[in-house]
Design a protein around this ligand. Sequence first.
Ligand SMILES: [Zn+2]
Length: 237
Amino acid sequence: MKKIERCYNCGKELKEGQSTKEHIPAKTMFKGYDSNYKANRITVPSCFDCNNEYSRVDEEFRNMIGIKARRKENDIITEKSVKSILRKDPCKSRLRYDMEGNVYGVEFNEKDIIDYHVKNFKGVFYYQYGYPLPDCYDITVNIDENDYSDFTLCTIGYLKELFNWKCSGHEDIFKYCIQPYRLGVINDSKKDLLLEEDEKVIVGGLVYNQEHAALVYAVRKDYLTEIEKIVTNEVLL
Ligand SMILES: [Zn+2]
């Protein structure tokens, strides 16, 4: 029996002719790179709606990467980004100036950037496990580059020390690690852990262009409710 194909993002069943391919991360991230960087890029099945929905978000993220990029390979992406930003914002209201009137930065829509990471997290989840992330998970994204809290450092250590990271196309452009989050686990072989049926927390590290990173947590909604109850009880005691 043929396996039912589903959209990596909304989970909708895709009948024949309804499936499109979504690149993870978006193809815009590979502009200006030669074919060595584009081999084995990840694609996942997507419905038309989800595929269309993300093109604006893809562009916003590419623009942010382009503006921040410092490496020579990124010249084309930077040029495209500057054009795109000026086209979408002819009044230059998103540019930020210093006291002398020089541009020092561009403001980006944080929600778009967060959505971009959620999309890629769901994409690599589908690619790794073969089905969409179930609805029973809530997703949170941490993009705070100045977050040195114990919890965040612990999460980064967990992913970096216990597992092998993978990439889409080339690790300079996108590398990732997605695993169940089980503290205290020993994993000398660095193999991927299999998901339990009621896995409480799944965590993903996403690194783009060696310059921008996100930690994404998918937490089971019933587990969140459980934690909330414990916390509330502790406060009451
Ligand atoms: Zn969809």
